[in-house]
Design a protein around this ligand. Sequence first.
Ligand code: MN
Length: 199
Amino acid sequence: MTLELPKLPYGFNELEPHYDAATVEIHYSKHHAAYTANLNKAVEAAGWQGKSITEILTSLELAPKPQQTALRNHGGGYHNHCLFWESLTPKGTGKAVGELAKAIDAKWGSFEAFAEAFTACAMGHFGSGWAWLVKNKADELEIVDTHDQVSPVSLGLKPIIVIDVWEHAYYLKYKNLRADWIKAWWSIANWEKAEERFK
Ligand code: MN
């Protein structure tokens, strides 16, 4: 049994103009596909066929030593991108909805204050990585960043919504302007899906 590259829930061009078709296509069919293929090789080498991605990411230290790094990097790369594509939609609401909206207001005072903190986290992340809204181990909302392809699942966190701030995620259209990519992300963030995850 292999771990499969999930189908994108929209066409390559459907997130335009915020996220351009060329970047979405390369990001998905080259980067995400490569993480998927390399993860399956590492799973096979470790004799870990049949484990779910969550089982893999929460038991990395139990894997055979020679495969631990590959499972961390490609397992995280695989799963982080699955969550990333689900975090986007052509029908963005612009802000959180439902119970999650209430919880964000309770924690940060307003959605605008949360957005400012999340943007600062994504902007401030040094090098390649991700900014996340998660539920932490105490079941509270928290904004965290992770480096390279470390998965929040491996850290005992429950991901709600995420932005990819690796340069490959935005360089074709936005060049070095990460701030412009983050601004665009807010227009296509999938808060309906985030609400589902929150619940
Ligand atoms: Mn990426």
